[in-house]
Ligand binder design. Structure first.
Ligand SMILES: Nc1ncnc2c1ncn2[C@@H]1O[C@H](COP(=O)(O)OP(=O)(O)OP(=O)(O)O)[C@@H](O)[C@H]1O
Length: 123
């Protein structure tokens, strides 16, 4: 087997695992579905209000940040639940900090959406 083929195979399987992770997250995490619904609404608003290229770029960056942060939070929760099924204050703190990171990105996303859409809605 050539190393070129092996490299392509690695990329193929890496992508399959990543898509599988995305599928699991969407099917099992209500919050991720909510983020996708919110993202769809924002994207429809973007079309309706004919936002600029730079505004599209900022929106996509923000949506990507929120959804990936929620997925990282879910991955951490799952790993911690497996590693420590008992109730432990340290585990609680780690999960709270991770949930806090999701909250920060969500708040920033709301602020960005207001900055982009509020002037267009008001004018
Ligand atoms: N093993 C544990 N030890 C101590 N506290 C915990 C533990 N598991 C969960 N907690 C506390 O409960 C909170 C919720 O944790 P949980 O894993 O149930 O997340 P969740 O409510 O399912 O979050 P999400 O809605 O994002 O899926 C944590 O932020 C933490 O404060």
């Amino acid at each position: 087997m050539s190393s070129d083929y092996r490299e392509k195979n690695k990329i193929h399987f890496g992508l399959r695992y990543a898509l599988n992770g995305l599928k699991i997250a969407i099917l099992s995490e209500r919050n991720i579905v909510i983020h996708f619904i919110a993202a769809t609404i924002v994207l429809i608003a973007g079309v309706l209000y004919s936002i600029s290229v730079i505004e599209w770029a900022i929106l996509f960056l923000t949506i990507g940040a929120v959804i990936s942060m929620e997925m990282m939070n879910t991955a951490l929760e799952r790993a911690l639940d497996y590693l420590e099924p008992e109730h432990r204050p340290q585990i609680g703190v780690a999960k709270d900090i991770s949930a806090g990171a999701v909250l920060v990105t969500a708040i920033v996303a709301i602020i960005i959406a207001c900055l982009i859409f509020a002037p267009k809605i008001l004018s």
